[in-house]
Design a protein around this ligand. Structure first.
Ligand code: PMP
Length: 421
């Protein structure tokens, strides 16, 4: 590990991270874009990778690369050990009880699709015919359920949000009934930043014996997750938002549920034996890892988990909370700027509209200043429908961002005003 980034002085600027040292761990941050220092504020789309993650992946390919679980030779043993160690790291990171509950998948998107097509389908076949989601979901926690509904005749019910972007908890509870097959809700909204009251959401569902999937794609990089304390039944994570590589993600599932679910995809690894008269499936989690997995990706994710643990999620959350407060105040002081998503419990995401300037024009001008923000519907079109807007500009922060970068964003927004004056 190349990092030691906790400040010895807990008084340092309200946060126990030494930001300049943290930033040195991220080589990509040290470049100019259009002649300006890069200001990377698109962390909800993907996080940047610390040197230790990059080194781990490179070292794996340089010294250990082999296929896993099937070789007796040295490289295969090393690769298998590293892959399984990564699984154990993820298990501890999210507080899962056993490593078999951690399934490596391609992404949070694949995790949701897997649960929909196996567990969700089983629940519908057992006579429950409604799926409950919320109005603030990312498309990857809408479309897999919609597909399942179209395939089975089940109904998708949508819990509404208010104009701050908060879930209306009573309306959500009113949707729950013996008909409900599943609840699938985001832990943190990518478009609004809202942190959902997931304990209440899960408790209310469990009172009706309804299993709950949490889409944790935006939560895992910012909040301490404890799946056992939450008592969620499934939890979906994408490595790339957690400062690991792309192409790998995690599905956590309670062991008994994973055990009773049919496989999602067929192929090597997920079987114990194949004969034309009988095929037997492997044990969990391998039953859900058909084919050669993203070995380097999982090992890289393990390194990212080590890195984040070293910083400490409590320190990360405290620092980002401070940044969010600073940014909210700074953006609120800009005339014509309207924040979309003002929930009381919020992660460091600032979505906004700016007079009648189209977000794509804003993004283009900010890019001229070296500032990377996202513009568009953020794969959450129902959120845009709620606020009756086509798109927003979104600045999403991570622990390596600084107040100076927020100041640069504010200066960039003043520039936009001048261009459109
Ligand atoms: N859920 C949320 C809340 C997200 O923000 C995203 C990514 N923007 C996803 C799911 C899907 O993640 P991925 O594209 O990595 O599968």
């Amino acid at each position: 590990m190349t990092t030691s980034v906790k400040s010895s002085d807990p008084q340092t600027s309200g946060a126990r991270l030494e930001i300049e040292r943290v930033r040195r761990d991220f080589p990509i941050l040290h470049q100019t874009v259009n002649g300006r220092p890069l200001v990377y504020l698109d962390n909800a789309a993907t996080g940047q990778k610390p040197q230790c993650v990059i080194d781990t992946i490179q070292r794996y390919y340089e010294t250990d690369n082999a296929n896993i679980h099937r070789g007796v030779h040295e490289l295969s043993v090393r690769a298998t050990d590293a892959y399984e160690r990564a699984r154990a790291k993820v298990q501890r990171f999210i507080g899962a009880g056993r490593s078999e509950e951690i399934v490596f998948v391609r992404s949070a998107t694949e995790a949701v699709n897997l649960v929909a097509q196996t567990f969700g389908r089983q629940r519908i076949e057992a006579g429950h015919n409604e799926i409950v989601i919320s109005e603030m979901e990312h498309h990857s926690n809408i479309v897999p359920w919609d597909l399942l509904c179209k395939q089975t005749g089940a109904k998708l019910l949508v819990a509404p949000i208010n104009d701050q972007g908060e879930l209306l908890l009573d309306d959500y509870k009113n949707l729950l009934s013996p008909r409900t097959a599943m609840v699938a809700i985001g832990h943190v909204s990518n478009a609004l930043g809202t942190i959902n009251p997931v304990r209440d959401i899960i408790e209310a569902a469990h009172q009706h014996d309804i299993p709950v999937l949490l889409d944790g794609a935006q939560a895992a990089p910012h909040l301490k997750i404890d799946v056992r304390e939450l008592d969620c039944d499934f939890y979906a994570i994408s490595s790339h938002k957690l400062f690991g590589p792309t192409g790998v993600g995690v599905l956590y599932g309670k062991y008994d549920f994973l055990n009773q679910m049919p496989p999602y995809q067929g192929g090597g690894e997920m079987i114990k034996s194949v004969h034309f008269d009988k095929i037997t499936y492997n044990d969990v989690p391998f039953k859900f890892e058909a084919g050669t997995p993203n070995i380097a990706g999982a090992i890289g994710l393990g390194a990212a988990v080590d890195y984040v643990n070293d910083l400490g999620l409590d320190n990360i959350a405290a620092y980002e909370h401070e940044l969010l407060g600073y940014a909210t105040e700074a953006l609120s002081s800009i005339p014509q700027l309207r924040l979309i998503g003002t929930a009381r419990e919020k992660a460091a995401v600032l979505s906004f509209v700016f007079g009648d300037i189209h977000p794509h024009d804003m993004g283009t001008i900010l890019n001229q200043e070296g500032i990377a923000v996202r513009t568009g519907h953020h794969c959450a079109q129902p959120v845009m429908d709620h606020f009756d807007i086509p798109a927003t500009t979104r600045a999403s922060l991570a622990f390596y961002n600084t107040k100076e970068e927020i100041d640069a964003l504010v200066a960039g927004l003043h520039k936009v005003t001048e261009v459109f004056a």
